[in-house]
Design a protein around this ligand. Structure first.
Ligand SMILES: [Zn+2]
Ligand SMILES: [Zn+2]
Length: 139
């Protein structure tokens, strides 16, 4: 039996990608870590984190950063907008037209060529609205 480090590396990467897809709710690195553990019990958080970085570079995953400190990851890499709950930090998709950046010229973008856009709205999710309601007046 031969062990190839590169293969093992790609196996872990696939487990990280798989975990993100199976969670399918814009998970954080920690969420992905616990899910990936179901597949590879010995996987470490730093391995998950490193592979998340690789997957982002390879454009397999999109990092979403909102007002919360934690980065969330999305395996749906088409151009769509997100909303993050200010209370619990969960991220969900928005069913609104994405920002069209195809016509933006470098002269309008400080000389940058534009190749992506990420819009994150903020709000309060349904679960947290209920909590705020019950904390307030009783019905
Ligand atoms: Zn919430
Ligand atoms: Zn999304």
């Amino acid at each position: 039996m031969e062990t190839k480090p590169t293969r093992r590396g790609s196996k872990q990467k696939m487990a990280v990608l798989d975990a993100t897809k199976r969670l399918s709710n814009h998970p954080t690195a920690e969420d992905i870590f616990f899910k990936a553990k179901e597949e590879i019990v010995s996987i470490s958080f730093s391995t998950v984190y490193r592979n998340l970085g690789i997957l982002v570079k390879e454009k397999e995953l999109i990092p979403i950063s909102g007002p919360g400190s934690e980065i969330h990851y999305d395996h749906v890499i088409n151009n769509h907008c997100h909303i993050q709950c200010r209370v619990c930090g969960k991220v969900r998709d928005m069913n609104v037209p994405a920002v069209d950046f195809s016509g933006i010229l470098p002269s309008d973008a400080s000389g940058f060529t534009v190749d992506g856009v990420c819009v994150t709205f903020t709000g309060t999710c349904r679960d947290c609205q209920v909590e705020t309601d019950t904390k307030g007046e009783q019905k």
